[in-house]
Design a protein. Structure first.
Length: 180
């Protein structure tokens, strides 16, 4: 049974966005399914399951204009980038064999030929993924959260200096000239 993406319409659409036209090798399919499932679980973990499912319920439009459709489209884009990030690290291993044509293709491909280029590509993808996830997170509740220090003031009704005047000689029992 194939896994389904969370934000893209279906697996075929997601694979087209990842630029995989055909994949019929059992090992390749297993890696693709594993990657799609990991991304799905990653969204649940990073956004919470409720938030991810809420966004997945929004309409998926080619040209989104509403806030909800933009969130869903951002989710679909981020999902494709995340799957690409995982597969870029995993799929080259499945194509390494002793055939001459595979070796030629391996050597001709910039990302597999140059480890630094691959790392730069992966780092750029990761940055885009992190930005996408950040834009999908639940916006902070304006009525909750940390209190600003400037809004905290002493309780005027209960000054400790007045309750225990002898313990705090520099409290309310002093003048500018010194102790009263």
């Amino acid at each position: 049974m194939a896994v389904e993406p969370l934000f893209n319409a279906d697996l075929e659409t997601l694979l087209n966005r990842v630029r995989i036209e055909t994949a019929d090798d059992a090992q390749t399919l297993a890696l693709i399914y594993q990657s799609v499932n990991e991304v799905r679980l990653g969204f649940y973990s990073k956004l919470t399951t409720a938030r991810a499912l809420t966004i997945a319920g929004y309409p998926l439009e080619d040209n989104p204009t509403s806030d909800n459709a933009i969130l869903r489209s951002t989710g679909a884009n981020t999902e494709a980038l995340w799957v690409t990030w995982l597969l870029a690290q995993r799929l080259p291993w499945t194509s390494m064999d002793n055939s001459a044509s595979t070796a030629d293709a391996w050597n001709d491909e910039q990302l597999t030929r140059d480890a630094k280029g691959l790392q730069e590509f992966l780092d750029a993808l990761k940055l885009q993924i992190d930005e996408g996830i950040a834009s999908l997170e639940e916006p902070p509740d304006e009525n909750a959260g940390a209190t600003k220090a400037s809004s905290i003031a002493p309780d005027e009704d209960d000054l400790i200096f007045e309750r225990f005047p002898g313990l705090y000689p520099l409290g309310t029992n002093t003048t500018n000239a010194g102790v009263i």
